[in-house]
Design a protein around this ligand. Structure first.
Ligand SMILES: Nc1ncnc2c1ncn2[C@@H]1O[C@H](COP(=O)(O)OP(=O)(O)OP(=O)(O)O)[C@@H](O)[C@H]1O
Ligand SMILES: [Mg+2]
Length: 472
């Protein structure tokens, strides 16, 4: 901070008078009191010389040839450099002195000739002090201004730093936000990955364990069918050869309802064969569904993926107390092999179809069994191939999964892909399904996932996947 400095105002006095005797008198008088005195015999000379060294006070005679005191004073007051120097007029007692004019042109005081020493000194001292104080005030004001300016500059600097810090904070916040999102996604993937891995291992394990015994039963059933046919044939031969056997044999035949057994046994075996073949196809589906594929992409028949997902959800599609079975309508295009992560795509189908079943179940609670029978609950699955289109500019497949369930409002529709958004009660839904589905479709496969839905009018999800290699 700068020091406050007051100007030195030990008087420096300019005396302007055309009378040498007056000049001399005033000079002696004032010099004696320690003032510096500069005498000037005319206004013109004084106005020229004044700029060499500005005085603190001017004593100005009024009555002068050439230029009188009023004129000199006016010139002084018109000049910015000399405007503030106090002027005391000198007037002879017998001059016609116009006090009003003296003040009008800028004089601060006047003294009269012949001089009264004490009066002259008193007035000079007063005005020097006044002007000194004024200068001090000015200096103080200047100093304050300077301090203010300095403080302002400092404030500005602080402001700038604050602004910078603020910007940094914002950048940091953004970075944190990004990291948080990443973390959330990673968490999402981890949870799902774990879920899928466990589910995958479990289903693969179950499928594997079921496989051997089922194959064993299926293989033996074929033999059993042959043996039974042979035995029946053999029995018919006996009956033909011995139409009247012992009564005990006839009795037993009645007891066991032989004719019915002979007729029903092949049917029983045929249905057992159907059963085993169904178990085998479930086991195949389980294995298709649980293909472990987190590492690499593979060509995958998406119809297989959808079918195996439906197979796994079979128990939820079946009729129950509230509603008849949900109808599945498939409109598949030709075989579609897509280069993808099959396990993840199955997960997408699973999440979307499970949601459709949820929506149909909820809707069914509002409708009577008969009404539902008249307008059955349906899930329609369509697959299509496109060379290019709005969804994707490259060749792609679109899988549409539509339900005629409760549909959703516009507000819900805006949010369904958000992490943890759910309209289901605790334990019913976590709100992860669609956000994962979207992540898999969009981020992992470069595809799109779109929704069309209205409240009360069902919902349709369209999954578009780019085809990198199209296999016929
Ligand atoms: N087919 C649909 N019909 C009506 N609403 C749907 C449908 N699919 C999704 N929704 C709405 O979107 C919300 C979010 O679905 P999402 O699958 O992400 O979570 P969730 O099913 O609630 O829980 P979960 O994590 O168990 O899947 C659902 O709660 C539901 O309100
Ligand atoms: Mg869901």
């Amino acid at each position: 901070m700068s020091e406050l400095q007051f100007p030195d105002y030990q008087g420096n006095i300019l005396v302007i008078d055309d009378t040498p005797a007056n000049l001399k008198l005033l000079r002696n008088l004032l010099s004696e009191k320690g003032y510096q005195v500069r005498p000037m015999p005319s206004g013109t000379l004084a106005l020229e010389g004044i700029h060499l060294n500005y005085p603190d006070l001017i004593l100005l005679d009024i009555n002068m040839p050439e230029m009188n005191g009023y004129d000199v004073c006016q010139v002084l007051k018109a000049d910015e450099r000399t405007r503030d120097i106090p002027v005391i007029f000198i007037s002879a007692i017998d001059d016609i002195f116009d006090k009003i004019k003296a003040f009008e042109v800028g004089g601060v005081d006047y003294i009269t000739k012949p001089f009264q020493v004490e009066e002259v000194l008193a007035r000079v001292r007063t005005h020097l002090t006044l002007s000194g104080l004024q200068k001090m005030l000015q200096a103080t004001t200047n100093w304050q201004d300077k301090q203010l300016a300095e403080q302002n500059a400092q404030l500005q600097e602080v402001n700038q730093r604050l602004e910078q810090a603020n910007q940094q904070q914002i950048a940091l916040n953004q970075e944190l936000q990004k990291q948080l999102q990443k973390l959330e996604q990673t968490q999402l993937q981890l949870v799902q990955g774990e879920k899928m891995a466990t589910l995958g291992q479990l289903t693969a394990g179950v499928a594997h364990e079921i496989n051997n015994p089922v194959n064993f039963i299926a293989g033996n059933l074929t033999h059993t069918e042959d043996y039974v046919a042979d035995l029946i044939h053999h029995l018919r031969l006996y009956q033909k050869q011995f139409p009247n056997p012992e009564p005990a044999i006839d009795e037993n035949a009645d007891k066991i309802d032989l004719e019915f057994v002979l007729e029903d046994l092949p049917k029983t075996i045929a249905s057992m064969k159907k059963g085993t073949s169904r178990i085998r196809s479930i086991s195949t589906s389980l294995r298709t569904f649980s293909r472990a594929d987190t590492e690499d992409k593979a060509a995958f028949d998406i119809h297989d993926g959808i079918d195996s997902t439906l197979m796994i959800l079979q128990h939820r599609l079946k009729a129950n107390d509230n509603r008849p079975a949900i109808q599945i309508v498939k409109e598949y295009s030709n075989l579609l092999l897509v280069d993808c992560f099959p396990g993840q795509l199955n997960q997408v189908f699973m999440n979307i179809i499970a949601n459709a079943i949820d929506a149909l179940d909820e809707y069914s609670q509002e409708r009577s069994y008969e009404e539902i029978e008249r307008h059955p609950n349906q899930i329609v699955i369509r697959t299509e191939f496109f060379r290019e289109g709005r969804a994707l500019p490259t060749p792609h497949v679109v899988i549409r999964i539509a339900d005629n369930g409760k549909g959703m409002s516009e507000t819900v529709k805006q949010k369904i892909f958000e992490h943890l958004f759910t309209t289901k009660s605790v334990g019913q839904g976590t709100g992860l399904g669609l956000s994962i589905a979207r992540q898999i479709v969009v981020e992992k496969h470069g595809g799109t996932l779109e929704i069309q839905s209205e409240l009360g009018k069902g919902a349709e999800f369209a999954i578009a996947l780019p085809l990198e290699e199209i296999s016929p």
